[in-house]
Design a protein. Sequence first.
Length: 117
Amino acid sequence: MGLKIYGKFMRLLLEAEVAPTSESEFVQQYAAITGEDPRRSGYMQQQPNKWGIEARIYFDCEDWVCDSMRKLGYTVEDRPGGGYRAEFAYRINSQELFWHLVRHGYRLGENEPIEAT
C-alpha cells in the first residue's frame, strides 16, 4: 500500500486486545518499532478470552479512502453509531495494517494524520 493513504485519515485510533500468551510477543514488537512500552498506553488490553492479538484501527475518513482500503483487501466495517468506540465511523481488524501504521509513526490511542514524507 502506498504511504500516501496513511495520511488521509481524518481521525485514527489504534487499539489492541492481547491474549496473555501473546502479550510478550506484542510488547516486544511494539517496543522494537516505537521504543515505547504499549502496556502504559491504556490502549493495549490483556484479554484472557482471546486466542492471540486483535489489532483494531478505528477511523474517520472520506469515502474514497474506505474504497481504497477495500480494494487493498481490508474489510472495512461501517459503524453507524452505537456500540464500542461509536464515535468513529469505520473499523478495520488487521494485524498487518496495524503494524504498517505503527511503522509509519502512528501509536496506540488517538492519532493525528501523519502525511507521507
